[in-house]
Design a protein around this ligand. Sequence first.
Ligand SMILES: Nc1ncnc2c1ncn2[C@@H]1O[C@H](COP(=O)(O)OP(=O)(O)O)[C@@H](O)[C@H]1O
Ligand SMILES: [Mg+2]
Length: 252
Amino acid sequence: MAKNNKLKSRRHDPASRRNIELTNENKDLVREHFNSARINIDYSIIKDGDNGKVFVVTSGLQSEGKTFCSLNLARAFGNIQENKVIVVDCDLHAPKLHRYLNISNKPGLTDFLSNKNSFPESCVYNQKENFYVMTSGTRVPNSTVFLSGKLFRSFLRMLRKQFDYIIIDTPPVLHVTDACSFAAHTDGVVIVTRSGQSTKPALKQTIETLEKAQATILGAILNDVDFSKQGYGYGYGYSYGYGDDRGKNSSS
Ligand SMILES: Nc1ncnc2c1ncn2[C@@H]1O[C@H](COP(=O)(O)OP(=O)(O)O)[C@@H](O)[C@H]1O
Ligand SMILES: [Mg+2]
């Protein structure tokens, strides 16, 4: 796919930027932890021929860090120069990926799925970090319809043919059914939980909901851990554990 539709060509009003300001020290730690998550996710998905790997990033509730983790995973996968990576904002209810990247939301996913724009027009290449971004696109009233049918499944098939890694950012599974409706058509789901915010009952319900939808749970990311509080000796972190380790405290 052409790389001429670059991120900077979609730069938006700087005032709308909602990026997280991290210190350099934190940035290094974030990078390090998401690189470990990348390796674990990559190993937990078995490659199907030449097709790329598709996984969903989700959580039970809002603001647990789905978009933050989706974006940082895209960075981690894009860090390997030969990887062709795309992150797609499928949270049509509260899309945020464009804000993190300070770009316009349109055209994007809904514009492509409704044939208003071509695929190259609907995504942009982040040259600096080597990944493509598909924002959610023009707001639509019937968002669930876009994500639940044949059209979306054939979109996923198309992405598998063009990319090595496809990262799908989604709305919370305990609020809307969107992620559940297509999770089974992907290689699996990474569940995000946020330290000090997510509760065990909500996490349990999230896992049950995804299992009912026949999703493969690849693992979980414990986001926003304050290691200094817990005597780990450094101040910022993530944990990633396999589905089999559910309930255990995975290493960071
Ligand atoms: N690890 C983190 N460190 C600092 N801020 C974070 C972290 N994870 C998420 N946030 C902030 O929390 C808010 C919600 O995160 P977001 O990824 O948008 O949640 P979700 O997509 O699950 O609704 C955002 O303002 C984001 O910047
Ligand atoms: Mg989000």
